[in-house]
Design a protein around this ligand. Structure first.
Ligand SMILES: [Cu+2]
Length: 224
């Protein structure tokens, strides 16, 4: 109904203006600016502007690529020696992660947890980690209602192995600034380095997944 109203309004407006504002001397118009269809008006032509408009964005993009190279490499760190977080922690080992002044976190080792998405709830699983390192529960957030809670420890780094039981979802840790798609298959992973400046935060779904997508939330709580 609304779309019919909008189209009636739009097309009446369009046709009215097309005829109402027609030039009356169209045939004997002498075209002083030599404007031709498909040809850029000469008086607007400026080679310097065109070259500058090509080179400046090019330099900007090269610069943005340069500054984002290391942070992106850290967010998608490899597993093992070549990565930022070493190998999986043995029992009783801690990550002792370190935040440098570039905002890059490095760790001695990492802990594995699992995140599962399904319409429309997150499931967090600490696997065999002690509750000192990782814990789960639930909490109440205004608007979102009861949401699952993931409690992680400051100074520890986690690798979340992630799957979906149905459609594609994507957990977004707002305070960490990271998000990653989860699929039915294959598994995806997401680094969660809980450095000293990470606070409690909400986790949202950032891949549209159906009716209750907007309230598919969770909460990350950080403990010492
Ligand atoms: Cu979702």
């Amino acid at each position: 109904m609304i779309s019919i109203l909008v189209s009636v309004f739009t097309f009446s407006w369009l046709y009215h203006h097309s005829f109402w504002y027609r030039s009356e001397d169209a045939d004997n118009y002498d075209n002083p600016d030599e404007i031709a269809v498909g040809v850029f008006p000469k008086h607007n032509d400026d080679m310097r502007l065109e070259v500058a408009w090509t080179i400046a964005p090019f330099i900007l993009i090269v610069w943005l690529t340069y500054v984002s190279w290391v942070p992106l490499d850290a967010v998608w760190s490899e597993i093992g020696e070549d990565g930022y977080h070493g190998d999986e922690c043995e029992d009783g080992e801690f990550s002792n992660n370190h935040l440098d002044n570039q905002g890059i976190v490095t760790s001695e080792c990492y802990h594995v947890i699992e995140i599962t998405g399904k319409q429309w709830v997150w499931q967090f699983d600490c696997l065999d980690l002690s509750t000192e390192i990782c814990d789960t529960g639930s909490d109440n957030i205004e608007v979102y209602g009861t949401v699952p809670l993931l409690s992680l420890k400051t100074g520890e780094t986690y690798l979340a192995r992630m799957m979906s039981e149905d459609v594609t979802h994507a957990p977004w840790f707002l305070g960490l600034g990271v998000k990653e798609d989860v699929h039915y298959s294959p598994e995806t992973t997401l680094w969660l380095p809980i450095s000293e400046n990470v606070d409690d935060q909400i986790i949202l779904c950032t891949e549209y997944c159906g009716d209750a997508h907007s309230v598919m939330a969770g909460k990350l709580v950080v403990h010492q």
